[in-house]
Design a protein around this ligand. Structure first.
Ligand code: 4GX
Length: 226
């Protein structure tokens, strides 16, 4: 899978995506990540990427020309995605859908936003990672890349296998324990030490359901897919 990112702050992507699962995916060739500097697609002396808003008001708006030029220079044919608070919410369903593409292109906005003609005539979809306001689309892009990377074939080691994926996202996870069996007086539930695999499975499903009902009843409002 090839993922292109367009940003004014390419250095932000160095740390988070150079570790762990994402880095392994890049090393074994399952993921090709290319980060492009929006400023490289300007042609004026000041390499200007933004301008004041028509109609007045506070802040700056990213100009359309460098963004159109950058996206038109790409090799891929997959969806062009703008990270924005106005977008559809990123869900595991959308993550799975994007993981099915051979490539996609992420545009990270800054300031007050991006000239509307980018959204209207260049972008295939706008995606938001949640209802809070960040300083730019870079962290949302990294969240999306991280979530997609772990689904890409060849990315996961056995210990990180997403086998219970649908179970894990339609319901909250059941509680996990490791050694010691007693920590500061707190016991691991007896059933997990019993070796009764069917009983353990039943207990985990009940715990997941109860936890979901208490903490995230909204997840039970719609029927799980698959
Ligand atoms: N999930 N932001 C983007 C600038 C902006 C505004 C409008 C494009 C259109 C965010 C989020 C988020 C803040 C990133 C505003 N770019 N993005 N930025 N939450 O809050 O995705």
């Amino acid at each position: 899978m090839k993922i292109d990112v367009l940003t004014l702050f390419p250095a932000m992507f160095a740390g988070p995506l150079d570790e762990s699962i994402v880095q392994r995916a890049r090393e074994n060739g399952a993921l090709d990540l290319a980060v492009h500097n929006l400023r490289d697609y300007t042609h004026d002396r000041h390499r200007q990427v933004d301008d004041i808003p028509y109609g007045g008001g506070a802040g700056m708006v990213l100009k359309p020309e460098p963004i159109f030029e950058a996206v038109r220079a790409r090799a891929g044919t997959g969806p062009v995605i703008l990270l924005s608070p106005q977008g559809e919410r990123l869900t595991q369903g959308l993550v799975r859908e994007l993981a099915g593409h051979r490539d996609f292109y992420l545009i990270c906005g800054r300031y007050e936003g991006v000239d509307e003609r980018v959204g209207a005539h260049l972008v295939d979809r706008e995606v938001s990672i949640g209802d809070y306001i960040l300083t730019g689309g870079e962290l949302p892009a990294m969240v999306l890349i991280d979530a997609v990377s772990r689904l890409v074939a060849g990315v996961l080691g056995s210990e990180e296998s997403p086998k219970d994926e649908s179970f894990a996202v339609e319901l909250l996870e059941y509680p996990h324990y490791t050694r010691p069996a007693v920590f500061e007086g707190h016991q691991v539930p007896e059933v997990l030490l019993s070796g009764h695999h069917a009983e353990i499975e039943r207990w985990r499903r009940a715990q997941a359901a109860e936890r979901t009902r208490r903490r995230r009843p909204d997840l039970l409002d719609h029927q799980p897919k698959s």
